[in-house]
Design a protein around this ligand. Structure first.
Ligand SMILES: O=c1ccn([C@@H]2O[C@H](COP(=O)(O)O)[C@@H](O)[C@H]2O)c(=O)[nH]1
Length: 237
């Protein structure tokens, strides 16, 4: 897989027009992420637009609810024919198992391949201090994210969303087949923003990430195509 195929760019905008403008400005991006902002703003029609353009789709809706509700949402999302779909690991074992089963049923009901499910381990906007003092989780952050990834893996989930800072450990313990999708990726020349556990694209791939999610350094740049090219050049050069 080339470097470009391993970068997922989020369409974090609030209208179809803005999303289309980004798709037009970044013709080389082949894997796009649709998250809460765009999906809640425009609904699922944007997924059809991406499919018409033969793009791969990461539907990042981060479901977190009781098992019955998670299953219902994943069954519906399974019918969209997306490649990746997120749920929160903290929803627990039963909810993860039901989510997986339901996503498969949904996809099969319309003759499509099921999405690979990814469990969020701990949002990359949180650091050790947030985990200990605000969330009151009495476990060190690397141990917590590892346990979340293992819970997901034991439940049959195909991968995890984690910070690249945890990728080395998760790759070692969860093995080569387990997908590690890493937001919290920042080139040296980009601002961190609200991300707290970050690494550069080069470091993240070296640490074992399967895919990098890189948003604002590209999409908020004055020249998004130039920023994309710069990242690819830095990864390949
Ligand atoms: O832990 C997580 C889970 C998801 N995200 C999403 O990734 C992108 C990151 O965008 P940047 O502009 O590169 O910060 C965004 O859509 C988040 O919703 C995450 O950042 N961390």
């Amino acid at each position: 897989m080339t470097a470009g195929h391993r970068i997922i760019v989020p369409l974090d905008v609030s209208s179809r027009e803005e999303a289309i403008a980004l798709l037009d400005r970044l013709p080389d991006v082949e894997f796009w992420k649709v998250g809460l902002e765009l999906f809640v703003s425009t609904g699922p029609s944007i997924l059809d637009e991406l499919k018409q353009r033969h793009k791969r789709i990461f539907l990042d809706l981060k479901f977190h609810d009781i098992p019955n509700t998670m299953a219902g949402a994943c069954r519906a999302a399974g019918r969209y024919g997306v490649d990746l779909l997120t749920v929160h690991g903290v929803a627990g074992r039963t909810a993860l198992q039901r989510a997986l089963e339901a996503a498969r049923e949904g996809a099969e009901s319309v003759g499509l391949s099921p999405p690979n499910l990814l469990a969020i381990t701990l949002l990359t906007s949180l650091n050790s201090r947030d985990l200990a003092f605000d969330l009151k989780v009495p476990v060190e952050l690397p141990e917590y994210t590892l346990q979340m990834a293992l819970l997901a893996q034991e439940s049959g989930i195909q991968g995890a969303v984690c910070s690249p800072q945890e990728a080395t450990q998760l790759r070692r313990v969860c093995g080569d087949e387990f997908l590690l999708v890493c937001p919290g990726v920042r080139p040296t020349w980009a601002e961190g923003g609200d991300q707290r556990r970050v690494m550069t694209p080069q470091e993240a791939l070296k640490a074992g990430a399967s895919y990098l999610v890189i948003g604002r350094p590209i999409t908020a740049a004055t020249d998004p195509q130039g920023a994309w090219r710069r990242i690819i050049d830095e990864l390949t050069g």
